[in-house]
Design a protein around this ligand. Structure first.
Ligand SMILES: Cc1cc2nc3c(=O)[nH]c(=O)nc-3n(C[C@H](O)[C@H](O)[C@H](O)COP(=O)(O)OP(=O)(O)OC[C@H]3O[C@@H](n4cnc5c(N)ncnc54)[C@H](O)[C@@H]3O)c2cc1C
Length: 695
């Protein structure tokens, strides 16, 4: 297959018959010809010199060839994308990096080949290599220390007139990769280098492109930050045009959402991350992976200083959030692995902490919006599939797409008549806000929408003693009959004003306390002091994940996204098809229901050794892949692994046996009645009725 390889250096390989290469110029011309065929008018050269939004959502576009009115802008300007962004007041987090590839003269052994060589990627040597005519071409990715950012373009802009020019080549910088390539493909040693190409590639902080509509500017879309723009070109064009035509993404590509970045994404952060991402181009990616360049950002929670040295932090949309807390005498720090590592035992202790006593978690990274105005209730009724909660109450609600898929999941809290606090996950803050703002403007709703994410801190207090601890700090009656499940109240805790919601993603008795960010440390300290007698302690998001899975709580982005509908995701309880409002996706969902489901989300358990499902693992049945997991964890209550998975309806009954593939091994799994552990409100209700706890 690749006769020129030094087989002494190969342990194993992966062959992809679909791999290939294409000439970028011809590809661009072919795409342009295709666009013209379907009626596109291409003007070249016509550099955009000014972009001005109009009140009706259209844009005035200026070019030397004249001005025009556009319904929508798509910024696809490659390494000039920052310049276009600046025209509309945006600082896109992009930076050009220098990338080099080397071309050799004719190599007799290559010339003598009967078949073109496949493209080779040597991850350890960090380069790609392919045949170029009768010679070879190879492109290395240097380490983050050696790679070269074109940072002057960020501060001073792309030099005027820069077009197809290249940077000066620098063979020394890539020498270790050249040597690695020579070891792997020895004929390279005899070859002459005839060309070194060094050109700009635009990197976003996480190396992934930014594709879709941008929050904060109506009808301003982007397709920018392409590190591998040739290979992505056709697919991204189709994805974008489908989205524009049909008003929703054709499929879930949430990783590319431009709104994953925000004001916290500074130039300094972007530079540090681009350096890291380039250097890590060929490294092994682990589950629960953390990357540390550029952290912390300016967006830290009010508890960051208090908790920093006590836990392993995870990065969420600019925030640092505790994943798990260190225990005396146990290993600390970040130990990436495909299997359970040093977090496993401590997370078990945190799990017990919440189930048996009381735990505190920093939930400040949540996205938070305040919505009020005379049309606020009507807008939310149109946006959400659930009913609007009564004043003083909260519910979980979903925004659906016109095709009835799950766009977002938020907690809706009705604070006072017509005033709402909306809460979403950290990763979906601007993603959700854009959708809400867009619908508000489109429908002409008279509302005021304010993003208060950075103003508020959030502490979660959960566990059987949560009430007892908090009651010591407030004059408000927290008893079950007076402060009911899902109720929300403004009160003072240790004299600090908070909005308290009786809700917890752990499924245990708990409150979320929304407060001014500057009060976070004082509030946290007061709660920890008050809870000494009850053995209060911290817990992090890993324990939270184990707790929510046992309660069968779904997670947005895993169990539900733009590829799933709420019925197959088991969210019927939150979708009120009978409510009078014609919410987005209602008609489509009625049709989905009438046609019947093809697959269903199920909960399954499996006995493994030292590995747990993370999501996206294959589900096997009778030798065939029949579905996939969406998320998973170890269940500390039954000492087995637990996962959510989509399987065909005919295989979704409780007791059905399937297999889950983890790290190449098939583990027998069984579909269980969910939830594995009843939630506190349900246990409470059953107890009041004289029923029995499940655990
Ligand atoms: C050495 C090297 C090797 C590479 N190898 C690969 C590879 O093997 N595979 C791969 O997939 N990718 C590769 N790439 C990356 C790839 O070239 C880029 O990702 C890709 O070209 C980006 O495409 P784009 O359309 O986003 O931007 P560009 O190709 O830069 O296009 C941007 C367009 O915007 C236009 N424009 C700029 N300003 C304005 C304005 N004001 N008004 C109107 N138009 C404007 C420009 O004229 C240009 O036509 C490589 C890059 C380099 C440098």
């Amino acid at each position: 297959m690749f006769p020129l390889l030094n087989m002494n250096k190969i342990l194993a390989g992966l062959y992809n018959p679909g791999d290939g290469h294409i000439d970028p110029y011809s590809l661009t011309m072919a795409l342009a010809a295709g666009a013209r065929k379907y009626g596109a008018l291409l003007k070249y050269p016509a550099p955009v010199t000014s972009l001005k939004p109009r009140s009706d959502g259209t844009w005035d576009v200026e070019t030397p060839q004249g001005s025009m009115r556009a319904n929508r802008i798509v910024n696809a300007a490659g390494f000039w994308a920052r310049e276009i962004g600046k025209m509309v007041g945006l600082e896109h987090p992009l930076i050009p990096v220098q990338h080099q590839y080397v071309v050799t003269s004719t190599i007799p052994e290559v010339k003598a080949l009967k078949r073109e060589l496949p493209v080779l990627r040597d991850l350890e040597g960090s380069y790609y290599l392919r045949q170029e005519r009768d010679g070879l071409l190879f492109g290395p990715y240097e380490s983050q220390e050696k790679m070269q950012l074109q940072d002057s373009w960020v501060t001073s802009g792309v030099p005027p007139g820069f077009g197809k020019e290249l940077f000066e080549s620098d063979l020394d910088r890539i020498m270790e990769h050249v040597e690695a390539a020579m070891e792997m493909v020895p004929v390279l040693k005899k070859a002459d280098i005839i060309n070194i190409v060094n050109g700009p590639i635009t990197y976003s902080p996480d190396i992934l492109p930014m594709v879709g509509p941008h929050q904060g500017l109506r009808n301003y879309w982007v397709a920018i930050g392409f590190g591998y723009g040739i290979i992505h070109a056709g697919g991204i064009g189709k994805y974008l045009s489908d989205w524009i035509l049909h008003g929703e993404p054709p499929f879930d590509l949430i990783e590319l959402d431009p709104n994953r970045y925000g004001k916290w994404t500074t130039t300094q952060y972007t530079e540090a991350k681009a350096r890291e991402s380039y250097g890590f181009n060929n490294i092994v990616g682990y589950p629960k992976e953390e990357r540390f360049a550029g952290r912390p950002t300016q967006r830290v929670s009010g508890l960051y200083k208090t908790l920093e040295s006590k836990c392993s932090m995870g990065f969420h949309a600019g925030w640092e959030q505790p994943h798990w807390f260190y225990r005396p005498g146990q290993d600390t720090g970040y130990r990436p692995s495909f299997r359970r590592t040093n977090w496993f035992e401590p997370v078990g202790s945190e799990y017990k902490q919440v189930m048996q006593r009381v735990g505190v978690i920093d939930l400040s990274p949540f996205g938070k919006f305040n919505i009020k105005g005379q049309d606020s209730t009507r807008l939310l009724d149109h946006l959400f599939a659930n009913v609007i909660p009564k004043v003083g109450f909260t519910n979980i609600s979903h925004m659906l797409t016109p095709k009835g898929r799950v766009y977002a999941e938020l907690t809706v809290s009705h604070q006072s008549p017509g005033e709402f606090l909306l809460i979403t996950g950290s990763g979906s803050e601007l993603h959700d806000l854009r959708w809400i703002e867009e619908e508000a403007v489109k429908g002409g709703y008279d509302v005021e929408i304010k993003n208060i994410t950075d103003e508020l801190g959030v502490l979660g207090v959960a566990g059987p003693h949560a009430r007892k601890v908090l009651q010591k700090l407030t004059s408000e009656d927290l008893s079950d009959d007076v402060f009911k499940f899902l109720q929300t109240k403004s009160l003072k805790v240790s004299n600090i004003p908070v909005t308290a919601i009786r809700i917890s993603y752990t499924g245990e008795l708990g409150w979320e306390l929304y407060h001014r960010r500057e009060d976070s440390a004082a509030l946290y300290n007061a709660i920890m002091d008050a809870g000494q007698e009850e053995g209060i302690d911290n817990f992090g998001t890993y324990a939270m994940n184990a707790l929510r899975l046992e309660k069968a709580f779904r997670a947005w982005g895993s169990e539900m996204n733009c590829d799933t509908n709420p019925l197959e995701a088991g969210l019927e309880y939150f979708v009120k098809l009978n409510k009078p409002a014609d919410f987005i996706g209602k008609q489509a969902l009625k049709q989905i229901k009438a046609e019947g489901l093809k697959r269903r989300l199920v909960c399954l358990t499996l006995a493994t050794d030292d590995v747990d499902p993370e999501g996206n693992e294959s589900i096997w049945h009778k030798g065939k892949v029949v579905g996939n997991t969406t998320s998973g964890s170890y269940s500390y209550s039954i000492q087995k692994s637990l996962a959510f998975a989509y399987v065909p309806v005919e295989l979704s009954k409780v007791g059905q046996q399937v297999e889950v593939e983890l790290l190449g091994k098939h583990y027998p799994a069984i579909i269980i009645q969910e939830p594995l552990v009843l939630t506190e409100p349900t246990r409470n209700r059953l107890q009041k009725k004289g029923g029995k706890d499940k655990i």
